[in-house]
Design a protein around this ligand. Structure first.
Ligand code: ADE
Length: 279
């Protein structure tokens, strides 16, 4: 049997608004039952692989984490035919050994958000029917995480192969007391966007992997350093080529594999999670 065709959505976070990685690009303004996504979809290809780029915060970076329409973003990428999402996110480190400039390939999250819609199955008219009790262990697609790690090895890039991210509501950063709590939980990095993005991707049966770039040490260290948005952006920009290099390598690795079994398993998980959806 021919391998399952792939299309890769790339959700760029803070500092990743470079649509130029995409060849033969067309801009597509779309709408969804959940409203419009953060920006137009940029549809094209990378190394001959069909890809779609979406700026999570809008290309003008004017949508704060709580106001990102995560449902519309994921729905739009699904409608466009994406089988995968590679997301990037700027993160603060909660561990001494994870340094600014490092990359962590996320494998779990601790959810500290409280204002965001986490499901497409909300009982509203025009939305998918039923109630979805989705298992989120694992939340991030393991096969996609492995593809990212394998790609890093291919290009001789050191990455932290797994890591738990604390996702806070924001837009403010944490107090030292909060940061110490998150650190004591054993989490590795902290940021504001992978939840509910990763959950909605799983509901949509999309293989979702996340490349977390470490931009700062958050505020738990005894030297009294603080986090500053300008510094976060600066650090991300300094490391942008690294992130892009890893994305390009991962696109190639993903395209080489047969995703049929992984996608089928995801679809089964979603199907088995939905209750009372039949008319
Ligand atoms: N994004 C980048 N650094 C962060 C931090 N320290 N806390 C939350 N989000 C971040």
């Amino acid at each position: 049997m021919a391998p399952h065709p792939v299309k890769i959505g790339i959700i760029g976070g803070t500092g990743m608004n470079d649509p130029n990685i995409l060849k033969s690009q067309t801009e597509k303004k779309v709408d969804t039952p959940f409203g419009p996504p953060s920006d137009s979809l940029l549809v094209g290809e990378i190394e001959g692989v069909p890809c779609v780029v979406l700026a999570r915060h809008g290309r003008q970076h004017n949508i704060m984490p709580s106001n990102v329409n995560y449902r519309a973003n994921i729905w739009a990428l699904k409608e466009e035919g994406c089988t995968h999402i590679i997301a990037t996110t700027a993160t603060g480190s909660l561990q001494e050994a994870i340094k600014p400039g490092d990359i962590v390939v996320l494998d779990s999250f601790i959810d500290r958000t409280y204002k965001r819609e986490q499901t497409f199955y909300d009982g509203k008219s025009g939305h998918p029917k039923g109630i979805c009790h989705l298992p989120v262990e694992p939340a991030f697609c393991e096969e996609t995480r492995k593809a990212i790690v394998e790609s890093a090895k291919k290009i001789n890039m050191n990455v932290h192969q797994e890591g738990t991210v604390v996702v806070i509501e924001g837009p403010r950063y944490s107090t030292k007391a909060e940061s110490m709590v998150y650190k004591s939980w054993g989490a590795h990095v902290i940021t504001m966007t992978p939840v509910p993005e990763v959950i909605l991707a799983k509901e949509a049966a999309i293989c979702y992997g996340s490349i977390a770039l470490v931009t700062d040490y958050d505020v738990w260290r005894s030297c009294g350093e603080t986090v500053c948005a300008q510094e976060v952006i600066k650090c991300f920009k300094e490391n942008i080529d690294k992130v892009k290099g890893l994305i390009l390598a991962t696109v190639k690795t993903i395209a080489e594999k047969d995703w049929g079994p992984t996608i089928k398993e995801l679809q089964e998980t979603v199907k088995n999670s939905i209750m009372a959806g039949e008319e």
